[in-house]
Design a protein around this ligand. Structure first.
Ligand code: SF4
Length: 226
């Protein structure tokens, strides 16, 4: 099992190799925190193309988050149907918007930049159906606050590499990676790990011969030893 010191050294090596291979991505804030929160809920268990289509439809039909909250459920389901799991996501979005409704009936998400990192994560994960990955996306992409969202790609690559021990869950993987890297590297690490997961370390069959990390990957070492 990797200890904190070896994880730190290994994660920094992975980061440098990915920068050398893919380059240094520019940290862009895609949306405001509220848009990022709803967009990330829509992105769960579907492709970027489908979730972006659903988000665009939502933005085109409703003029405010209060209107989304108060929309007839069937109408909202139809609006976001292209994003998949529309029934679950429509319920989840309206539950989140209701939870964020203040005494005046307005939907408000406190700006995470005005909180400590711990407070921001706690505020977001208290919302119904919002877990650590969604909270980390709101921080990283919607608030310009460093975080490493551990989606299915980041998690799979980290496990195969041996960056975290076998069967480590996504939340513990996020903790380990964030402890191993300086916050200034989080964005580039996240983006490049996802790219590696999509293009090279694919779910069904990794293309290890084309991987810039193969010399130190635990999966490669294990397969050679067996
Ligand atoms: S060497 Fe293979 S298993 Fe390891 S990270 Fe690269 S593609 Fe994935």
């Amino acid at each position: 099992m990797p200890d904190g010191s070896s994880t730190r050294l290994f994660a920094r090596w992975v980061h440098r190799r990915l920068i050398a291979h893919y380059g240094q991505p520019t940290w862009e804030t895609r949306y405001a925190p509220m848009e990022e929160l709803i967009g990330t809920i829509l992105s769960q268990h579907t492709s970027d193309v489908n979730s972006e289509r659903a988000f665009a439809a939502l933005m085109a039909i409703y003029t405010s988050w209060e209107a989304v909250r108060d929309a007839p459920l069937e109408q909202l389901i139809e609006t976001i149907r292209s994003g998949g799991l529309a029934v679950v996501k429509a319920h989840r979005i309206q539950a989140v918007l209701r939870a964020l409704t203040d005494d005046d009936g307005r939907v408000r998400l406190a700006d995470p930049r005005g909180m400590t990192r711990t407070q921001a994560v706690a505020t977001l994960t208290r919302l119904p159906g919002v877990g650590r990955k969604t909270a980390a996306c709101v921080l990283l992409f919607g608030s310009h606050v460093p975080a490493i969202p551990v989606d299915t790609h980041v998690h799979r690559v980290a496990l195969r590499l041996g960056l975290v021990a076998a069967r480590t869950g996504p939340d513990a993987t996020e903790d380990a990676l964030e402890a191993a890297l300086p916050p200034s590297d989080y964005y580039a690490f996240h983006v490049n790990m996802i790219r590696l997961g999509r293009e090279v370390c694919k779910a069904p069959r990794p293309r290890c011969a084309a991987c810039p990390l193969s010399t130190r990957c635990a999966s490669v070492v294990e397969s050679r030893a067996s």
